[in-house]
Every structure is written in C-alpha cells, then in structure tokens.
Design a protein around this ligand. Structure first.
Ligand SMILES: *Cc1c(COP(=O)(O)O)cnc(C)c1O
Length: 428
C-alpha cells in the first residue's frame, strides 16, 4: 500500500516510511492511496478478534509486512477481552478499556509498538518515540514499548491537566521511558512534538517517530473494533464515539469505507466544539483548548480533521451524511454518569458518558430506535476523582491501577517552549 500526504505533496511512501515518519515532510498527515473494499460477507464471517484485525490490516501494510508477520503482531497485541454491555433494549456499550493501561488507546499502542519492533529487527539505529499525551496515549504507548530493545520513549504531558492515576501511569514506568511534565496545555505539547519533527537539525542526527493519533499506525487498528462490535452486537446501525483528536472516529470511517454497513457516526465532544461547529458551517479557528472533566478530549482543533476532510473531498455535506456531531457540557456529563448508575447500575468514566449523551441526543433528535453502540474509552477508575463524588461511592480499582498508585512519580519539568524540548532531546 502507498500513502500520500494530506499536505498536498504529490509523492508517495510505503507503509513502513509512513509509520516511522509519522508526520509527512510537508507537515500533512499520511493517508492510504486507496481503501480496499472487503464486502459485507467478510464482516459476517466468524473470526477471532486477532484474525479479524489481521485481515482488515493486511492490505494496508502489504509490501512491508508478510501475512504471517501481521498475524503474529495481531495475536500478541490484541490479547485482552472486549465485553459489550447492553444497557437497555437498543443501547450497547463496547468496553475498549480492558487492555493493560485501561483505555482504548492500548489497541493502537500495542499494535504500533509490535509493528515497529518487528520492522526494526534488521536495523541497528536507535529509535526515539516522541509522544504528546492528553492523558491516556502516553501510558498506553509507554506500556506498549516498555522494555523493547533499541527504542526509547519520551512522553510530553500537560502539568496538572491529567488525572492522578494518569500521571502515575505516565511517570512511574522507568526503563526506556521518560516523562516530560510541560507547563502548558495538551495543545502546547502537541505543537512542540510537531515542531520537533519538522526540525532538520534534530531529525538529521536522530531517528524519531511519533505515536500520536497523527500516526497512520494508530489509525489502522482503530477500525477493527467497529467491525467486531457490528458482528457481536448483531448489526448496530449507529456508533457514538467520544471524540478529541478524532482518531477513534476516523478508524470507524475507514471501516465503513471497507464496506462495514454503518449508517451513522455520532461524534460526541465536550465543550471543545470545533468539529460540531465546523459541520454547522463555521470556520475552523484555533482556540485555546477548554479544560473539562473528560480531559483526554480537551483538544481545540482535532488533528484528524484534515484526514476526515480528505476522505470526503472537503465536502461538508458529504461528511454530514455520515457523521452527526454535538458538544456536551460537564454538567450533562456528570448527570449522565449519575443516571446510568442509578437506572442501569452501569458505571462510566466521563469520556464514555459524553458518548452516551451523543447516542441519547441522536434518539431525541431523530426519533430513531435503531440499535446503537457507544464506544467506551476508559475504565471509570482512571477518573476516580471525578466519578466517585458523583456516585458517592468508592470505585474498586483493578490491580494494574492500584499498584501504580504506590509508585513514585519521576518526571522532568519543562516550559511550553520548543527550545526546552529541543535541549532535552539534543542532550539525551
Ligand atoms: C484519547 C481519548 C479519547 C479521544 O480519542 P480521539 O481518538 O483522540 O478522538 C476519548 N476518551 C479517552 C478515554 C481517551 O483516552
């Protein structure tokens, strides 16, 4: 498969280059030259999750990974359960948070780490993975790469804007993982990482790669669970996705292009409402990201917006025929967590609650009682300080979260200035 840049540069690269470059040289994001149509019967076939993943990903990595290699990666990466809870007659919640760091980002991070390690086997360059995180990416990426030979991971996270547990997960890993605590926002972190990739002085002397949702390697595995849900939950028509950088949603759009018959995507956002406004015809303007209870979605301009525009040839009306989008407040989020607990005895984290709100609003606005599924992106225990006061109960933390709390934080503090990041990277 060949990949092009959304930036307009007319050259193509193979999967391996797109994966390791992360960001295209012209500053754009990589997109596959074409999206193979798998056909409806494919999605009805009985496959295990790793088999489904391998089949959906193979066409995108052909030329760089053999079928056997991709089978092996899928088998290693996707080794945790994906329960689907039914909360009432027509509403389902797919729990994507049973991986090692208890957020859906484990799908992408575990796939990427194993793919990169496999592709690096015959090289003796040391790779540094640079990653900006709004909370969950960093720990998922670090966990995926932890202890892998020849790979270092540097995580940038916004100081005081991640949850207590998230910070512990980011800063206690050790070994080949370093956490940089940035005095700034997630947008600042993301900008600094982007700048590093465009800095020739840096990239000429070192081998860098990203693991943010800008990386095509993140996107591919995020299309698979849509197909899994479609089969397991007996053909839901609508998918509600809590969105930040819109990588999760873009994975779903790829699945649809591959032939998965999804009627509508609901892109649910918190107060950071650039995308719903864009669909209503507003200009996309960079604003400061607003801080909310669903902090992993505190993104001003979603980085995958350029990919979504490409997929639909910049036609907002086309986008609107597949995606509907609303923004929800923290108050609505809190009430949803409370109500779901009361009425269905089901506990959600604040991000998932935004997705639940999206599906509810869709039903109210359209009168549709079609089967719908919410993608649940994190374990509620990761956001205990938000969730516990709402439900007035303690959440039982799963073992991996409990043990991380007892470890000591180790982070290097830097300003939200690119020069600080560069200095660190030049010296390390
Ligand atoms: C990253 C994240 C999101 C947003 O996903 P995007 O792909 O950036 O839209 C939502 N919920 C949680 C818990 C996350 O960690």
């Amino acid at each position: 498969m060949r990949y092009y840049s959304t930036g307009g540069d007319s050259s193509f690269v193979g999967f391996k280059d797109a994966l390791f470059q992360g960001l295209a040289p012209d500053g754009g994001l990589f997109m596959p030259e074409n999206i193979p149509l798998l056909g409806k019967d494919f999605f009805k076939t009985d496959l295990t999750y790793p088999e489904l993943a391998a089949e959906m990903i193979k066409p995108f990595v052909s030329g760089d990974l053999s079928n056997q290699q991709i089978d092996e990666i899928a088998e290693l990466a996707f080794d945790f359960p994906i329960p689907i809870a039914q909360v009432n007659e027509s509403d389902y919640i797919m729990e994507l948070f049973h991986g090692p760091t208890l957020a859906f980002k484990d799908f992408a991070a575990r796939f990427m780490a194993r793919t990169m390690a496999m592709l690096l086997e015959n090289e003796n360059r040391e790779l540094t993975i640079l990653v900006a995180t709004s909370g969950d990416t960093g720990s998922a990426v670090a966990n995926g790469f932890l202890g892998l030979e020849g790979i270092k991971v540097v995580i940038l996270y916004p100081s005081n804007r991640v949850s207590v547990i998230q910070e512990k997960q980011l800063t206690t890993m050790g070994r080949n993982i370093t956490a940089l605590e940035v005095n700034g926002s997630f947008d600042d972190c993301q900008k600094m990482v982007k700048q590093a990739f465009l800095d020739n002085e840096l990239t000429e002397s070192r081998f860098f790669s990203s693991a943010n949702s800008i990386n095509i390697g993140r996107l591919l595995p995020q299309s698979v669970y849509y197909a899994w849900a479609w089969k397991q939950a007996e053909e839901p028509k609508v998918f509600s996705v809590p969105c930040g950088n819109f990588g999760n949603l873009t994975g779903g759009l790829l699945a649809k292009r591959m032939g998965l018959p999804i009627e509508k995507f609901i892109a649910a956002t918190n107060a950071n409402d650039v995308f719903p406004k864009y669909l209503r015809g507003c200009e996309v303007t960079t604003e400061r990201a607003k801080q909310t209870l669903s902090n992993a979605m505190d993104v001003s301009v979603p980085s995958n917006l350029v990919r979504i525009k490409k997929l639909y040839n910049n036609e907002v009306d086309q986008i609107k025929s597949d995606i509907i989008s609303w923004s929800f407040s923290d108050d609505e989020t809190k009430r949803t967590i409370e109500k779901l607990k009361e009425e269905a005895n089901y506990l959600t984290d604040p991000h998932t609650a935004v997705g639940v709100l999206g599906l509810k609003k869709y039903r109210v606005e359209t009168g549709s009682m079609q089967k719908g599924i919410v993608l649940s992106t994190a374990h509620p225990g990761k956001f205990a300080e938000v969730v516990e006061p709402i439900i007035k109960e303690k959440i039982d933390l799963p073992d991996p979260l409990q043990s991380v709390l007892n470890k000591e934080k180790q982070a290097i503090t830097i300003r939200n200035q690119y020069s600080d990041l560069k200095e660190f990277l030049m010296e390390s």
